[in-house]
Design a protein around this ligand. Structure first.
Ligand code: MSP
Length: 652
């Protein structure tokens, strides 16, 4: 099989952030997964370097556009290896070969009569670099950029997009996986249920010169989307290149929902006009938000991938991003969530399974893979769990359901941890008659670890490499590097020497850092171990919770009737609140509020938290506050309600 996977090419008006990193990690993981399955894979990313936004950014920095794009493009290129992302090609729209290809396509489409000259008045959003329809506006604003588009009338060139509308609709119906997940396919079909307007594909050079000149009219440059989308062809040598022949038929694009319309409508109609086959699948994911707000430079809430790698390690970041986001839905980033995943899933579950197993093998078999004996029921169940994991993993990775694939891997990990507990190797080791049983159990653990190494390889390549070294396997041993050969039980060879390795994931006992919009203060929740918190929810996907789970939280309006400092603490205040019952809550807000200014205030509390003792005072709930920065300094601002509300009112 052949696979061609692409990311969007990123605008160079901003530096890479977690949102860009997520898409690129997804493409990297998928390309590694396909390679694991034996595919011939090409993975491409790059930068989008023409257009208004970029010309503006260069002016702001007082450098020429070329100098500017060279600098920012390099930042993208250099940041991917830090995340162990290895693209086969990094394309730039200022590359000469791309410019030539775009001009060739324009000339072809123009010559066949699908580009015409006309006048257009429309609502143009500079942020999106496209005209918006009335329907797309929210309260008169562009929903992504929160500002009204400008009304512009211009003479321009237009691509007859409408001509290909029906063909596109038919294609989407005939190919159910063309746009996935399904919600985005439905969004596109709903958009296509209205007549499509033709696409304005030029900008007059009087307004913009930083673009690719139209080959048939030098007074215009190419609209940035018509230029950018063609990167997917240029990067594989369209039209004559061997790679084009080989990879185009297998193209799959990964994007976020912000650029659905250009990819699901402009791009396929352009391909139809060029007479080319359409891409195979368009995979659309949601946004990474910080709190409720999309991460973006203009809002100023960006998280830098390099900072995360420095703090948590590359594999933790890769794992967290894939596990935490249900592909297609939005997810919320916080450092608390990443620490929780690291400690619970990686250190406790995976790390412990590995280190416990290796320690027992060292002690009981002198670090050699033992010869297994007869299989008992618990062994069969472990094998069956492994078999199910392999099939669910394979299916879900192929469908871009990474969180599900990882969930099934973690089901096996937790089953194997339980298998150790019920098998009690330390008891078996004491009885000479149980030696064979002990060896069977230890062999099964080695096998489980080998299968985990195989499936974790695309997501956490560094960790998989360490695990392979521990298991005494060469990195390119097919049993851990080839899914069709390795994904079966019983391939570990007795007698293989195991190696001692460092713990895979040292626990992080750091307190939660900033990053979440809502901070909780003076509560039991901070004291609970992350694992406990997660499992309480029934092991449900964190990131999204069920409505029923949310309903379990008793949020109430409370009135502060008394407040005082807690001796020996700079951080804590003891509040007496009415909600409507009178209770004491200890809140970590002393650095931001004096007791006097709290009297009579309405605050929001979590009323049904398990009480906890803080500095000798029992706290019966939690006060909600937003974490923010005022004049460069961190501060907590108490959450409240506006309007006439009585203390004790439920918040839902
Ligand atoms: N240059 C265009 C794409 C042209 S492709 C032919 C562009 N560039 S962009 O720099 O704005 O990148 C948008 C993409 O970055 C999104 O589609 C997504 O892949 C990624 N993300 C940017 N912010 C994101 C989040 N907050 N969350 C998730 N992904 C995000 O659009």
């Amino acid at each position: 099989m052949t696979t061609y996977i692409t990311t969007p090419i990123y605008y160079v008006n901003a530096q890479p952030h977690l949102g860009h990193a997520y898409t690129t990690i997804v493409a990297d993981v998928y390309s590694r997964f396909c390679r694991l399955c034996g595919d011939d894979v090409r993975f491409q990313t790059g930068t989008d370097e023409h257009g208004d936004k970029i010309a503006e950014a260069a002016i702001k920095e007082q450098v020429s556009p070329k100098e500017y794009v060279d600098r920012i493009s390099a930042l993208y290129r250099e940041s991917w290896p830090q995340l162990h992302i290895i693209p086969d090609n990094f394309i730039r729209t200022t590359d000469a070969v791309h410019i030539e290809t775009v001009q060739r396509v324009l000339q072809q489409v123009y010559d066949q009569g699908d580009i015409y000259f006309g006048e257009y008045t429309g609502l143009y959003c500079k942020g999106c670099e496209r005209f918006l329809t009335e329907k797309e506006l929210v309260n008169g604003n562009c929903p992504d950029h929160q500002r009204p588009p400008e009304a512009i009338t211009e003479q321009n060139y237009f691509f007859r997009m409408s001509k290909y509308q029906q063909q596109l609709i038919d294609h989407i119906h005939a190919n159910p996986e063309f746009i996935t997940p399904e919600r985005y396919k439905n969004e596109v079909l709903s958009f296509l249920s209205e007549p499509l307007e033709d696409l304005c594909i030029s900008r007059p050079t009087s307004r913009l010169t930083w673009g690719i000149a139209l080959p048939f009219d030098q007074n215009f440059v190419t609209y940035v989307w018509f230029d950018a989308l063609i990167n997917y062809l240029t990067g594989i040598g369209y039209p004559a290149g061997e790679s084009f022949q080989k990879y185009w038929a297998a193209a799959e694009h990964v994007i976020a929902k912000d650029i659905l319309k250009p990819h699901a409508i402009y791009w396929p109609t352009m391909l139809l006009a060029m007479g080319l086959p359409l891409f195979q699948r368009l995979h659309v994911h949601g946004y990474w938000n910080v709190g409720e707000i999309k991460m973006s430079k203009s809002i100023g809430n960006v998280v830098r991938p390099a900072d995360l790698v420095a703090e948590y390690g590359v594999d933790t970041v890769r794992y967290f991003l894939l596990r935490e986001m249900s592909f297609g839905l939005d997810a919320s980033f916080s450092s608390g969530a990443i620490v929780t995943r690291k400690n619970s899933d990686l250190a406790n579950d995976l790390g412990n399974l590995f280190s416990r197993s290796m320690a027992m093998l060292e002690k009981y078999t002198d670090s050699q893979v033992p010869v297994p004996g007869a299989t008992e029921e618990s062994d069969m169940i472990l094998q069956e769990t492994a078999r199910q994991m392999l099939s669910q993993y394979h299916e879900n990775m192929g469908r871009f359901q990474f969180h599900r694939a990882l969930q099934s891997v973690w089901d096996l990990i937790s089953h194997a941890n339980k298998y150790i507990v019920v098998s009690e190797p330390w008891v078996l080791a004491k009885e000479p008659a149980q030696q064979q049983r002990l060896h069977t159990v230890l062999y099964n653990l080695v096998e489980t670890l080998r299968l985990l190494t195989l499936v974790l390889r695309p997501v956490m390549p560094e960790t998989a490499q360490k695990m392979a070294a521990g298991l005494g396997l060469d990195g390119d041993d097919p049993r851990i590097s080839n899914f069709s050969q390795g994904a079966q039980w019983g391939l570990s060879s007795a007698g293989t020497r195991l190696q001692a390795i460092e713990p895979l994931f040292p626990r992080m006992d750091k307190p939660e850092k900033s990053g979440g919009a809502m901070a909780v203060t003076g509560t039991a929740a901070q004291k609970n171990s992350p694992k406990k918190e997660k499992k309480k929810g029934g092991g449900v996907d964190v990131g999204v919770i069920e409505f029923e789970q949310f309903q379990q939280i008793d949020l109430r309006v409370a009135e502060v009737v008394h407040a005082e400092r807690i001796e020996k603490s700079d951080r804590l205040l003891k509040l007496t609140v009415k909600a409507p019952d009178t209770r004491t809550i200890v809140a970590g807000i002393a650095e931001y509020y004096t007791p006097g200014e709290l009297l009579g205030r309405l605050v929001l509390i979590v009323a049904n938290l398990k009480p906890v003792e803080l500095m000798g005072v029992q706290s019966q709930g939690m006060v909600l506050a937003a974490k923010t920065e005022v004049e460069g300094k961190k501060r907590l601002v108490l959450a409240t309600v506006s309007g006439l509300v009585t203390a004790g009112s439920k918040v839902a």
